[in-house]
Write a protein that binds this ligand. Sequence first.
Ligand SMILES: Nc1ncnc2c1ncn2[C@@H]1O[C@H](COP(=O)(O)OP(=O)(O)O)[C@@H](O)[C@H]1O
Ligand SMILES: [Mg+2]
Length: 220
Amino acid sequence: MRGRFITFEGPEGSGKSTHVQLLADRLKAEGRKVLVTREPGGTCLAEKIRSLVREELDDPPVTRSEVLLFLAARAQVVSQVIRPALARGEWVLCDRFADSTFAYQGYGRGIDVGLLRNFNDFATEGLMPDLTILLDVPLEVSRVRLAERQAATSTAADRIEQAGVMFHRRLREGFLELAKADPARFAVIDSSGSRESVADAVHAAVGRLVDGTGIGGKSR
Ligand SMILES: Nc1ncnc2c1ncn2[C@@H]1O[C@H](COP(=O)(O)OP(=O)(O)O)[C@@H](O)[C@H]1O
Ligand SMILES: [Mg+2]
């Protein structure tokens, strides 16, 4: 049987990496085979693209190059990692995927979302997630978390994290609109609560995917 493909979306500091890992641990404890990957990244070439798009501050890509770099990374991880794992019947959890392109380059940077969907389909050969967990937090919460993470890991904000408040506002609205337009695929989870309560809501959304009772609507 084909595995399940679950993506985590939301702005920086919304808890994606945290909850990908917590869900992977729970699914493994239930005896499922789980593969965790991330975007951009997940293969050797795609990780190099990740460094390029995040760190190239002296010579940043123009918006169209940024789109193509992200899509090049996506084409790699889809064909080399995600599709093979799904064919083996594994559960694939991916930290960001197509909706990040629609939100960041579409809603954030103003590229036509319909056009981005076509380019994305080319990169993925039409693969879309069975379930997308959108972790939604107010801007103030994600800002505080990011600052804490940067302090804890002694890292500076990367190029995209440094974008202005208005960009991040458009981004959040964009993610919410994408979810509203496709309630059968998205579970929108308020990620401003405790780690445990958010992890429970994520697990419950996955449970609804498994028992076929549907995903849509706001959890928690
Ligand atoms: N529900 C939560 N409550 C409190 N802190 C959280 C919660 N989820 C994540 N964090 C913290 O917020 C920071 C950002 O989370 P992270 O998972 O790295 O987000 P993302 O991958 O979306 O950028 C981390 O330091 C993490 O420990
Ligand atoms: Mg992360």
